[in-house]
Write a protein that binds this ligand. Structure first.
Ligand SMILES: C[S@@+](CC[C@H](N)C(=O)[O-])C[C@H]1O[C@@H](n2cnc3c(N)ncnc32)[C@H](O)[C@@H]1O
Length: 352
């Protein structure tokens, strides 16, 4: 019998929050956040907290919707508000202060202006990526060029890429250097270290360590400048090289932050083997990535990152904890440990 109830509910027991609606909200939040960047809201709030009325005047806004606009960011943990009511003042969180204030060393606002179009373009091609298995970002598809050649096409594109990496990985690097036991090691090299962020953090947190950041010659100046700016040149050095062609430095700990997922299974193995060869007995290789849970059911950021690799690389993909263990044990490492960091990433450690 096809009653109205059967037609409307199709016999489903579904109730509660809609997961599908959450996906639509992602776009709404993204667009609203980009309006805040365009208005330079976070730069305005940096010198001192402001009330809604002050923000309205300073940004020359109409006022309608402004309380919702500001409180949305409070609800998302992007802004603080010190009270309720009209006298309440809004201020930046530590994260917004670090990354969203114009003129600051780690400013990434441009990521939400220029770079977001590139992200929208490539993610908009997911259907074709799944059909063809080929990278979809226009500048890679049209030229057949590799990801890093394109990223480092000019000083500005390199700067945008590197600052995005800092935004994405700052929190996990900090969490790693605070939680990993470096006491029995004296040296560390971050392979593919970009502008040296992880090497600098490790050296600053562990005063006995000598640290190196190894990356392509084209971005060496970014690392040298950052090391200089942080006043760490006595214990942190930038090394230029190609990690497929050049030997890794002989150090006690080799880290690779978000490196292996860029490459094919064979290339991953080459990099892990090079680390093994460079390390002493008991040395450690640490992979900092959003390593996927073995059941492949819960780590949404890791699964998204792996799909990002589908869109950007010929054969890159992320991997599970078991796949990491298999890979490093094949190369000769004797045991592994997974450290859950206070972020989307884990530190997967392999001991020689
Ligand atoms: C995804 S980024 C990760 C940067 C940094 N480790 C982080 O987690 O923020 C990959 C890094 O690998 C570097 N890289 C790519 N190919 C390389 C090569 N052949 N030799 C050395 N570094 C390379 C890039 O320049 C870039 O800094």
């Amino acid at each position: 019998m096809n009653t109205l109830e059967n037609t409307v509910f199709s016999g489903s027991q579904f109730r509660g929050k809609s997961k599908i609606l959450e996906i639509i909200r992602g776009i709404e939040i993204n667009k609203t956040f980009r309006a805040a960047i365009k208005l330079e809201l976070f730069t305005l709030l940096e010198p001192k907290p402001l009330t809604l009325v002050e923000i309205k005047e300073r940004l020359e806004l109409h006022g309608r919707g402004l309380n919702d606009f500001l409180d949305l960011f409070v609800s998302l943990g992007i802004l603080h508000r010190d009270a309720n009511g009209i006298d309440a003042r809004y201020s930046n969180t530590e994260e917004t202060s670090l990354f969203l204030v114009k003129g600051r060393p780690y400013y990434v606002g441009w990521w939400f202006e220029d770079k977001m179009q590139v992200i929208e373009q490539s993610w908009g091609e997911m259907y074709h990526a799944l059909k063809t298995g080929k990278p979809q970002r226009t500048d890679l598809k049209d030229t057949g060029d590799s990801l890093f050649n394109v990223n480092y096409d000019s000083n500005q594109t390199a700067l945008v890429f590197i600052s995005g990496m800092n935004l994405a990985h700052f929190g996990s690097f900090r969490s790693f250097v605070e939680s990993f036991d470096f006491s029995s090691y004296t040296s560390m090299c971050d392979i593919g270290g970009g502008n040296g962020l992880l090497a600098i953090m490790a050296a600053e947190h562990h005063r006995h360590l000598k640290c190196f950041s190894f990356d392509l010659p084209v971005i060496e100046h970014f690392a040298k400048e950052k090391i200089e700016e942080c006043g760490d040149s006595d214990r942190v050095s930038a090394i230029s090289g190609d990690f497929f062609k050049d030997d890794f430095p002989k150090v006690d700990v080799i880290t690779m932050g978000n490196i292996l997922h860029d490459w094919s299974p064979e290339e991953k193995k080459i990099l892990v083997k090079k680390a093994y060869d460079a390390l002493p007995e008991d040395g450690a290789l640490v992979i900092l990535e959003s390593v996927i849970d073995n059941d492949r059911k819960s780590n949404t950021p890791g699964l998204l990152m792996s799909l990002h690799m589908l869109l950007l690389t010929e054969e890159g993909c992320d991997f599970t904890e078991s796949e990491f263990e298999k890979l490093v044990k094949e190369v000769g490492f004797r045991k592994i440990e997974i450290l859950r960091l206070d972020s989307d990433s884990s530190a997967a450690v392999a001991y020689k």
